[in-house]
Design a protein around this ligand. Sequence first.
Ligand SMILES: Nc1nc2c(c(=O)[nH]1)N[C@H]1C(S)=C(S)[C@@H](COP(=O)(O)OP(=O)(O)OC[C@H]3O[C@@H](n4cnc5c(N)ncnc54)[C@H](O)[C@@H]3O)O[C@H]1N2
Ligand code: MOO
Length: 443
Amino acid sequence: MTAQDAEELYVKEALALANDRSGHASSAPAPASGAPHGPEGARHAATPWPEARTRAERAARTARRRTPVTVALHDALGLVLAAPLTALTDLPSFDTSAMDGWAVAGPGPWAVRDEGVLAGHGRPAPLTDGEAAPIATGARLPPDTTAVLRSEHGRTDASGRLHATREVNHGQDIRPRAQECRTGDQLLPLGTQITPAVLGLAAAAGYDTVGVIPRPRAEVLVLGDELLTEGLPHEGLIRDALGPMLPSWLEALGAEVTAVRRLGDDAHALEEALRNSSAELIVTTGGTAAGPVDHVHPTLARIGAELLVDGVKVRPGHPMLLARTGRNQHLVGLPGNPLAAVSGLFTLAEPLLRTLAGRAAQEPYARPVKEAVHGHPCDTRLVPVVLRGDRAVPLHYNGPAMLRGIAAAVALAVVPPGGARPGEALELLDLPWATTGTQVCFT
Ligand SMILES: Nc1nc2c(c(=O)[nH]1)N[C@H]1C(S)=C(S)[C@@H](COP(=O)(O)OP(=O)(O)OC[C@H]3O[C@@H](n4cnc5c(N)ncnc54)[C@H](O)[C@@H]3O)O[C@H]1N2
Ligand code: MOO
């Protein structure tokens, strides 16, 4: 069979499937894991929006156990601790001065030692009663220090003796050893996401590396013959808006994006890419509907993938799908319309990646909406919003093919079927921005 013959066969199969689907529309509901269906044919099987998210989360739980790895601290940002962070040292690990001034022993006035104590320098000699030593913040206290006198609270007289200008309390401005933790104390539980502050704490507590849950590997397959990667749209060709957008969003959601591949509308290339991918999550864009070159459903059927979600009762993005391949990989099929793809990303890819990456779900929160929001009669709507004070303001340009609204948004408002009245509280899904570390060279 020539490549052209094969292509024609695929197109015929796709059309036959599309016709099949319109036949199915009037028949009894089919399970989501049945034969692949297109968007309209699958309306009866479309999954309610909250259930679709639950299924994506559950699918990740049933995936193969992901083995923790050890990474250097500077590679750990955004990952999740695979074991509790326990202190490898007391913090502070020695008695230290909290202020610049003098370490003093007993009540004043004090005879001031010539030699001061600096942070990071050797062990100072003990103080005797009535003696003081100049000291810097963070320096080791000389043994037998009873308090630290701040530089602004002491004066020396003509004979060089140090006097306090206000009362000195025993132990003041001393950070005693183990004030924050003792060796072996649990500082953070397993499952904590590593923020910049966690990196700082881990370093302070003696860590060079940490055990983490690795990022799930994701591959993006961009489908569509009409897509340009540069220049102005012309002659029916348009710019690919998803290739530039999805990798950073997937990384912000916890993935490591291993490749972005543009496959055109080539069913063979798609099938090969699916069969050869070693990613844990494959994200396709476009080709989810029932057109003659919408190859996602027929290709999934061809490779024997199981459809876990086939269409979701959400606007935009209702043709989105979630499948599992025979090799226990997951595939999220995002619709080609760009805002519909974002809807699919936050409906299916977010719960799946979050669970694979071991991250906790965002604590649900709601805000009153500033004005009425039009709803779909039966489906959930996801609408880009900004926050003004405690109100969510819906943005215009929120059609399925538009990115102008979402580009200005901070969250997606979850609008229930039927819409929302002004002042009604709507759940918000925050839009995360990339959290991967930038490569900084320290000397
Ligand atoms: N008969 C039906 N047709 C369609 C239905 C339906 O239910 N029955 N659903 C519509 C809806 S809703 C959507 S959304 C789209 C989803 O279509 P596909 O996932 O098959 O996507 P394509 O047809 O490939 O593309 C749709 C649209 O998006 C543009 N596109 C695709 N990829 C990109 C990209 N990377 N960057 C920018 N724009 C992209 C593409 O040119 C099309 O204009 O199906 C409807 N049809
Ligand atoms: O997925 Mo579509 O966006 O509802 O036009």
